[in-house]
Design a binder for this molecule. Structure first.
Ligand code: C5P
Length: 219
């Protein structure tokens, strides 16, 4: 481990999409690349933190010098997160599926007799809200993300209060920004003191700046 301002701090980062099974060969997913979460885990490790990286099935290369926990579903991600606690800080960068198929099939659903299957969905646990609202053993700093396409600051400010986290890193994921799946990000950091918009920069630089802020907050 590198020595730095986060030496001795234990930090959790969630990242990537989740995959929610339909049957053994099919699943519901989203387009999260895991790039920003991976960059954050790497930046925290470079600053000396003991990082646990809980990731869904993302394309991004796994960061070095961190403890990696691979999961598939939102339910598995929540379990993995609970097993990692307590931590000093937690950053929830994962794009967790909001819904899962209520009863995934144990065997492959056959395409036959012109029958088109229909699916019922069930709500997934909200991992960020669950951890933010813990009454015992809550991390001192809980950071959530908000991917918005309009009214970014207003929506993210409301989200911070609704979830109960300390900070929200908000970004505009409108297709014309090229942020989703791209290498740059333009974020607004929402804290109890208000909204602070950062200039557009590389996802690695956003990660570094966020790690600096986390180190300052943990003291
Ligand atoms: O509005 P939304 O629920 O998408 O908020 C996004 C934030 O909440 C992200 O930090 C994401 O990692 C977290 N989240 C979560 N569990 C969910 C849904 C979102 O941790 N089931």
């Amino acid at each position: 481990l590198a020595e730095g301002p986060l030496t001795g701090r234990r930090v959790l980062v969630t990242s990537g999409p989740t995959h929610e099974p339909i049957d053994p060969v099919r699943y519901i997913a989203n387009r999260s690349s895991g790039a920003q979460g991976t960059a954050i885990a790497r930046a925290l490790a470079v600053m000396g933190a003991d990082v646990v990286f809980v990731t869904g099935p993302a394309d991004a290369e796994r960061p070095e010098g961190v403890h990696v926990v691979e999961v598939q579903t939102a339910a598995e991600m929540l379990q993995a997160v609970q097993a990692v606690l307590p931590v000093d800080a937690a950053v929830f960068a994962a794009a967790v599926a909001d819904w899962r198929v209520a009863s995934a099939s144990d065997s492959k659903i056959k395409k036959d007799k012109g029958q088109i299957p229909s699916m019922e969905f069930a709500e997934n646990p909200d991992i960020l809200a669950t951890v933010s609202q813990m009454t015992e053993g809550r991390p001192r700093l809980v950071v959530g993300f908000a991917a918005e396409t309009d009214d970014v600051i207003a929506n993210a400010t409301a989200k911070r209060l609704r979830k109960g986290c300390d900070w929200i890193v908000a970004n505009d994921v409108s297709p014309e920004t090229g942020i989703m799946g791209g290498s740059e990000n333009a974020v607004t950091l929402i804290t109890e003191d208000g909204a602070e918009s950062w200039p557009r920069m590389g996802k690695d630089e956003v990660a570094h700046q966020l790690a600096v802020r986390i180190a300052a907050a943990l003291g």
